[in-house]
Design a protein around this ligand. Structure first.
Ligand SMILES: NC(=O)c1ccc[n+]([C@@H]2O[C@H](COP(=O)([O-])OP(=O)(O)OC[C@H]3O[C@@H](n4cnc5c(N)ncnc54)[C@H](OP(=O)(O)O)[C@@H]3O)[C@@H](O)[C@H]2O)c1
Length: 321
């Protein structure tokens, strides 16, 4: 008698080497799925291989500018997740490429190859008029046109070990005697835990296609349980790092000029486009579908921030202050 064959679930994750993508890779591997990490540089994905059994997590070279390479990466997948994104442009047009053209090619490939579910990670920043936000918005529209069943997730600022938001400001608090309140610091945020974004992505891939629960063709806005402004964010940072700093209000015009110079750094700390983004609140709209509609309970910042901000305390991890 021949042994029964069992085809494992295959998920392809674009941008699986990144902050959010790597968490989704780990969670997908824990479910026993075969995880293909589509990446420009496969070596960047090697650190994730120990998160699965031998051969379960497969780094896969993909040239994102080539529709055929994207189609080859998608072919044979049950599920696809796109986590590709950038915070600033090195060259004009980078936002359009990363946030609009690549997602459209992935969505088209998903349709061609009969992928069952496609989750596209966008951003709550689509509501703003920054180039970042506009490129994300155009990307969401292109994805929905090319693959109407796609589930689009729009997280606010995402926190968790390895994030680029709280770690940046905690790092600056170690170096500077004062921190800026850009535009007076009144912009509102609704930070969401990376673990909740991961759970939401997996729910969007697996929830049964029944009634209201069916996540296909829907947009979800992902935020945490708290809405905070910059002053509150700094207050949390100071509490969890044990470092108190002065706060200096920075009018929008001054912030823009500073951002111009900071954007010239090899790894820009702030860009004029990010200052533009900061003019708009990134909070969940009143009637939006949210984490709760995907069966995920939002995690508060104070549960998670102390776990990784401890490294910024004077004396580091072993300080008792
Ligand atoms: N982190 C947040 O706070 C936050 C908030 C809202 C929305 N989002 C969105 O969530 C998604 C994932 O965010 P993340 O923080 O995990 O991103 P990330 O770690 O900065 O990067 C994700 C991936 O994007 C790819 N990438 C980087 N630069 C690229 C370029 N110039 N061209 C093409 N691909 C490039 C990389 O893949 P390879 O190097 O493997 O090719 C990288 O692993 C993005 O769409 C982001 O906009 C994030």
């Amino acid at each position: 008698m021949r042994p029964m064959s069992h085809k494992p679930t295959i998920v392809t994750i674009f941008g699986g080497t990144g902050f959010i993508g790597s968490q989704i890779v780990r969670a997908a591997a824990q479910r026993g799925w075969v995880v293909k990490i589509a990446t420009r540089i496969p070596e960047r994905a090697y650190f994730l291989r120990p998160c699965g059994a031998v051969g379960q997590i497969v780094p896969y070279h993909c040239d994102y500018s080539d529709p055929q390479a994207i189609a080859d990466a998608v072919k044979g997948s049950d599920y696809v997740v796109n986590c590709i994104g950038i915070l600033y442009e090195r060259r004009k047009g980078d936002f359009t490429k990363a946030h609009t053209a690549i997602p459209e090619m992935i969505a088209t490939a998903c349709r061609t190859h009969d992928v069952k579910r496609f989750v596209h990670i966008s951003s709550l920043g689509v509501t703003g008029d920054s180039r970042y936000g506009q490129s994300k918005k155009a990307g969401d529209e292109a994805v929905s046109r090319a693959f109407p069943d796609a589930t689009i997730l729009r997280p606010g600022v995402v926190f968790g070990a390895g994030d680029s938001f709280f770690n940046l400001f905690a790092g600056l608090a170690c170096l500077l005697p004062a921190l800026p309140l850009i535009g007076g610091g009144h912009t509102k945020f609704q930070p969401v835990f990376v673990g909740d974004v991961t759970e939401a992505s997996l729910a969007a891939l697996t929830l049964p296609p029944l009634g209201d629960q069916d996540p296909r063709g829907k947009i979800y806005e992902l935020g945490g349980p708290e809405i905070v402004d910059f002053r509150e964010i700094y207050a949390r940072l100071f509490r969890h790092t044990g470092r108190q700093r002065a706060l200096i209000p920075l009018p929008w015009g001054v912030a823009r000029i500073q951002a111009f110079f900071l954007s010239l750094l090899p790894q820009p700390l702030l860009t004029p486009d990010q200052v533009q983004s900061l003019k708009h609140d990134t909070i969940i709209a009143k009637n939006a579908l949210t984490l709760a509609d995907l069966g995920v309970t939002a995690t508060g910042m104070d549960l998670i921030l102390p776990q990784y901000l401890v490294q910024y305390r004077p004396g580091g991890r072993f300080s008792h202050s």
